[in-house]
Design a protein around this ligand. Structure first.
Ligand SMILES: Cc1cc2nc3c(=O)[nH]c(=O)nc-3n(C[C@H](O)[C@H](O)[C@H](O)COP(=O)(O)OP(=O)(O)OC[C@H]3O[C@@H](n4cnc5c(N)ncnc54)[C@H](O)[C@@H]3O)c2cc1C
Length: 392
């Protein structure tokens, strides 16, 4: 039984506590532990099932378009991601990508775009993807080369995107491309590109250590109507950053879910495995590991829900979200590693829960801003404070 004492923390309102408890009960019944080898099929089933369960309503904004509220409730998406990640990395992925992929539409879409896509995303009937990264523009997003030129009433896209989650199974992609209104980040716009649009192809499927649908996309003279541009021309970079701002804290929450599962597994194993005439948990060296793991989990949870709460108060969370993402993902890696150690040989057997977690956590330290990028953000915010307020 997972420890849910943290739900009593003052960051939450009663409806958050109810949501977490209801999802836990639902996940036990509906989220499989193993998904087989066809991740495309597994993801489609998970999206549909999360939609039918009503959970995807939290991933989109606007009650008129199927959303649970007018704005995305950061604490709700964090609790959902944490709970799903504790059960299954793929279920967390399926939920998160519906939100990230449709985030730009929730935040900046026209009424027509919102009406066309958000209800289907919320019901799990349309799969979403967020296409920002390129082979030569990952951490340095503003270096993007994929271009969209205006021609008549259309835009024509040329270029590539890579590392695109849900690439190959998505029904639509929010694609960021250079439209050239101004140099660097100020000359980028966002577009909705539907799967099957002529000139758009999946150039390559990418296999990763924790399998999920991932692809490199290619656009060759791909024509999309101007009505598919999201928000004003040249404002796409801001929209991408605003979308990431909503979801960055939720990456910390997913890492937290992985870490909690690893701690639960480690506690169960350490208290039942006998060696040298006693239980593994009776050794002080094991207790030191468990203590460090529990403290790391709690500190990650405090940072994550502080950032989520602060964002829900309408306050800036640039520094807090970066701290949460950095500490929760790095911390989860160390907690999971300790759990693998406690399991001994069993810890590295394929598809054991801790082995799966060991693979699943790794990418979270890289995507949506690698740890080094979060460090730079935190330091920049600290130094800005010194400049504004004077020396401490
Ligand atoms: C599993 C997975 C799923 C993803 N899904 C998506 C998606 O759906 N949509 C999307 O658009 N992108 C997605 N990405 C891309 C992801 O956001 C990029 O991988 C990430 O931004 C890093 O870019 P890069 O891989 O090009 O690494 P690079 O930019 O080449 O960076 C390499 C490393 O350099 C270090 N580094 C970076 N900046 C600095 C710095 N300033 N100083 C010092 N060191 C630094 C970091 O350790 C970083 O890991 C995904 C990636 C993965 C692995």
């Amino acid at each position: 039984m997972a420890d849910t004492a943290y739900l009593d923390w003052p960051f939450f309102e009663p409806h958050h506590r109810e949501l977490a408890r209801a999802l836990e009960a639902w996940a036990r019944e509906h989220v499989p532990q193993a998904h087989g080898h066809d991740v495309d099929a597994a993801c489609r089933v998970l999206v549909r099932s999360l939609g039918q369960g009503g959970w995807l309503r939290h991933a989109v904004a606007g009650t008129a378009h199927g959303g649970a509220g007018e704005a995305i409730d950061t604490r709700a998406i964090c609790l959902i991601r944490e709970t799903l990640a504790r059960h299954s990395g793929l279920a967390d992925f399926a939920f998160a990508m519906q939100g990230l992929g449709s985030g730009a539409i929730s935040l900046g879409g026209s009424p027509e775009q919102r009406a066309a896509w958000l209800p289907r995303v919320a019901r799990g009937e349309a799969i979403a993807a967020f296409a920002l990264s390129e082979p030569e523009a990952g951490s340095d997003v503003a270096a993007m080369a994929c271009a969209a030129r205006q021609e008549g009433g259309d835009y024509v896209l040329d270029g590539e995107k890579t590392w695109i989650s849900n690439g190959g199974i998505a029904d639509f992609y929010v694609v960021f491309a250079r439209t050239g209104e101004a140099p660097a980040a100020r000359g980028i716009s966002a577009f909705i590109v539907e799967a099957g649009t002529p000139g758009f192809e999946i150039a390559e499927r990418i296999d990763v250590i924790a399998p999920h649908p991932l692809a490199r996309l290619r656009f060759t003279g791909c024509r999309v109507p101007s009505a598919h541009r999201i928000g004003p021309a040249g404002e796409g970079f801001k929209l991408a950053m605003r979308t990431l701002d909503v979801f960055r804290t939720s990456v910390a929450a997913a890492a937290l879910g992985f870490a909690r599962r690893a701690l639960d597994e480690a506690l169960q194993r350490a208290t039942t495995r006998r060696l040298f005439g006693q239980h593994l948990a009776d050794f002080q060296l094991t207790q030191a590991k468990l203590a460090q793991m529990a403290a790391t989990v709690d500190s990650a949870a405090l940072l994550t829900y502080r950032a989520a709460w602060q964002r829900d108060q309408g306050r800036s969370v640039t520094r807090e979200a970066a701290m949460a993402k950095m500490c929760a993902t790095e911390g989860a890696q160390s907690v999971i590693d300790a759990a693998v150690q406690i399991f001994g040989g069993l810890g590295v057997v394929s598809e054991m829960p801790v082995e799966r977690l060991y693979r699943e956590i790794r990418a979270l330290r890289i995507y949506e801003g690698a740890t080094e990028v979060q460090q730079l953000i935190i330091a920049r915010e600290l130094l800005k404070d010194v400049k504004e307020r004077g020396q401490p």
